[in-house]
Design a protein around this ligand. Structure first.
Ligand SMILES: [Zn+2]
Length: 193
């Protein structure tokens, strides 16, 4: 028997290094990094990159490290076919200093919340101040999908996950259902980008 419903991709086994919802580290306020250029911070960034997998972002608390460090790594995938490609970018002590007043609703998932997707409103653009691993200060604006990743990852530094941002539990879907009902077919343009 054939079906017109796209077959869900097999779900990868959870990475045991990633803290899962219920682990108190995900609800802990992460601490500022006193010296962004310290060698241990470089090691932490390498660990984050090693555990990123197919994800588009990861925050240090997700690997059990309560420090204010995140990786942003947008790339297109079946989940996000319109995502821009960027080199993974490490943000140390990131702080959002300006928000675009426009809000966009879109679906998010999380390495720490496997199997669930939630529709979350986020600012369409954010301006972020941060340090890089050489200790250089940056102030940079991110927009659209990358701005969404930034807001999702910075929430992790404040003990929040995307589930805390959904307006109603009816905005949650099990991933297999989300893939069948929401995920755009290959080659299509996702509404709202
Ligand atoms: Zn997450």
């Amino acid at each position: 028997m054939t079906s017109s419903v796209p077959t869900a991709a097999p779900t990868a086994a959870p990475n045991p290094a990633i803290a899962q919802l219920g682990n108190p580290i995900l609800r802990t306020l992460a601490q500022p990094v006193p010296e962004p250029e310290a060698p241990w911070v470089g090691d932490l960034i390498e660990s984050l990159l090693a555990n990123l997998g197919p994800g588009v972002g990861i925050a240090a608390p997700q690997i059990g490290q309560p420090h204010r460090v995140v990786i942003i790594a947008s790339h297109p995938s079946d989940r996000y076919p319109q995502a821009p490609t960027m080199e993974p970018l490490a943000l140390i002590n990131p702080q959002i200093v300006a928000w675009d007043p426009a809000t966009v609703e879109d679906w998010e998932g999380c390495l720490s919340v496997p199997g669930l997707r939630g529709c979350v409103g986020r600012a369409q653009g954010v301006t972020v101040e941060f340090y890089d691993r050489q200790g250089q200060f940056h102030r940079r604006e991110f927009r659209d999908f990358v701005a969404r990743i930034v807001q999702h990852e910075l929430d992790h530094l404040d003990g929040l996950v995307f589930l805390d941002r959904v307006k109603a539990t009816t905005d949650l879907m099990v991933e297999t259902e989300w893939r069948k009902r929401i995920l755009p077919p290959p080659g299509s343009i996702a509404p709202g980008g």
